[in-house]
Design a protein around this ligand. Structure first.
Ligand code: XIL
Length: 491
């Protein structure tokens, strides 16, 4: 239309790339929580009923239909110019009781016929996209046991698409599944399924990658892009259809856990906007106030807004990736006073003596000197326990030189203590001299602590030379490594 796009909203930022951005809608919240509804319609340009258009909720028994909830969602969408995706015509879960496991083929086929005809004719063009078949595959790529498979055989998928097109000729029809985001047996089987459907003449337009993620187990950005590309090469689009990111297993302060989550959101959004084949991205809800994860897996905060509907770092990250802006929040130093301009602050030394000096300095008015060292591990140390978190890659940098020796190796080390004991992980080491400053930088992956229990202590060390050698350091920093800035391709 003529209305300029407001790119300060998620829906506007997505629209500026030619994509839809959506959220699943919770039935209870829609009727009881006006703040939820207000945020939904301002930030999202597409909706998927979370449960209201599943077979069971729509047709609780053979003679009873109830479109009340679904209609209220579709009406809201129409009022606010949002696209609607119906979810889902055929699925092994949330079926009405009258669809029994032992149904014979003719009865199941006629039940499907009635379900598709009544549902699709009811909504007409109000629902533009439909998930026709959900979760038909298992992780090894074989087909999941279900009443559909046992009664109709593997062709039920193709039959369902053909039947859906008969009653919704204008809708775009999707296959939807989880665990098919990266490259694996299941996503390869999905590509084979889509290829077969197309060869059969079945009307399939796209594939939904559910994207229910646990932080640390997400596909890489490149892997996801390659996977979207292979669907696009078949002539089908990809939707990221149900994204959320679980973080309850992560350790560390909340700010770091939310930053780790935001990085995953940034990378997935970036993969979508960098892929011509990715036309829509939807989340399975949008506020931690209502998420299926809490009930299905355990109390968590997997979404873009917190329990008070306040935007989390994840929301900012999605918005930045949509606009091709760098992600913020990962570039700030996790150390206190790394340039030593205000004295020693939180710096300590376990042995030897630590002081600030005005000569030599790398930058500004002062640097730190560690002298009277009696062991190689002594030097400037700072606790980072309450400032670093699980699942993040940290980069450390410093400028170093030595005294009382013409050269010596200086290291930057992350030390932490957990149930498995004490760990010393070097970020890097360099040969420093007494003549000039040398840059010391490296990265450390502070992760996998989930297998080794609670972290009770963590420090950054500048250390290494033999006893008696002095260390000088300046401009020391430790910060999480930001994802590469997205380069959106418009559609
Ligand atoms: C979930 C809903 O969020 C829950 O409220 C309901 O109890 C069970 O179903 N994959 C899907 C969705 O395709 O339909 C599921 O939704 C989540 C996993």
């Amino acid at each position: 239309g003529d209305v300029p796009i407001d790119t300060s909203t998620l829906r506007g930022a997505a629209a500026s790339t030619g994509r839809w951005l959506g959220a699943a809608v919770n039935t209870g919240a829609l009727s009881d929580d006006p703040d939820y509804v207000a945020l939904l319609v301002s930030e999202f340009g597409a909706i998927t009923p979370e449960n209201a258009t599943k077979w069971g909720p729509l047709q609780p028994d053979a003679e009873t239909w109830d479109f009340t909830v679904a209609d209220s969602m579709v009406d809201l969408a129409e009022l606010h110019d949002m696209r609607v995706k119906g979810h889902t015509l055929v699925w092994h879960n949330q079926l009405p009781d009258f669809i029994s496991e032992s149904m014979d083929p003719a009865d199941l086929r006629s039940a499907m016929q009635a379900h598709f005809e009544t549902t699709l004719s009811h909504f007409g063009t109000q629902i533009a996209d439909w998930d026709v078949v959900n979760e038909a595959l298992l992780s090894d790529g074989s087909m999941r046991e279900s009443v559909f498979l046992s009664a109709l055989g593997e062709d039920y998928v193709s039959e369902a698409f053909t039947m859906a097109a008969e009653y919704a000729p204008d809708a775009r029809l999707f296959y939807n599944d989880y665990g098919i985001e990266g490259y694996n047996d299941k996503s390869t089987a999905t590509v084979a399924l889509v290829t077969d459907l197309i060869a059969d003449g079945a009307p399939i337009h796209g594939v939904g990658l559910q994207m229910h993620l646990t932080h640390g187990y997400a596909p890489t950005r490149d892997e996801l892009k390659d996977n979207i590309d292979r669907l696009w090469a078949l002539g089908t689009v990809a939707h990221i259809s149900e994204m959320d990111v679980q973080i309850r297993h992560l350790q560390g302060p909340e700010s770091e856990r939310l930053l780790a989550q935001a990085m995953t959101y940034y990378d997935i959004t970036a993969a979508c906007v960098e892929s011509e084949g990715c036309e829509q991205m939807s989340f399975w809800g949008f506020t931690d106030r209502y998420s299926w994860i809490d009930t299905a897996y355990g109390a968590d905060d997997p979404l873009l807004y917190d329990d008070d509907l306040v935007a989390k770092p994840a929301r900012t990250a999605v918005h930045q990736a949509l606009l091709g802006e760098p992600m913020t929040g990962c570039e700030d130093s996790r150390l206190t006073n790394g340039d030593f301009e205000s004295g020693l602050d939180d710096w300590i030394s376990w042995g030897g003596s630590l002081s600030t000096v005005s000569d030599p300095v790398y930058a500004g008015g002062s640097a730190v000197r560690s002298s009277e060292r009696t062991a190689e591990w002594q030097g400037p140390v700072q606790s980072v326990l309450d400032r670093i978190g699980d699942g993040l890659l940290y980069e450390g940098t410093a400028w170093v030189r030595v005294g009382n020796a013409s050269e010596a190796e200086v290291k930057m080390t992350l030390q932490w203590i957990d149930d498995a004991g004490e760990h010393w992980v070097p970020l890097n080491w360099v040969t420093a001299t007494d003549e000039d400053w040398t840059e010391l930088s490296g990265v450390v992956n502070f992760s996998d602590t989930r297998t080794t229990g609670e972290v009770v202590d963590a420090h950054l060390y500048i250390e290494g030379p033999d006893a008696g050698v002095d260390i000088y350091a300046d401009d020391v920093s430790l910060h999480p490594v930001c994802p590469d800035t997205s380069v959106p391709v418009s559609r």
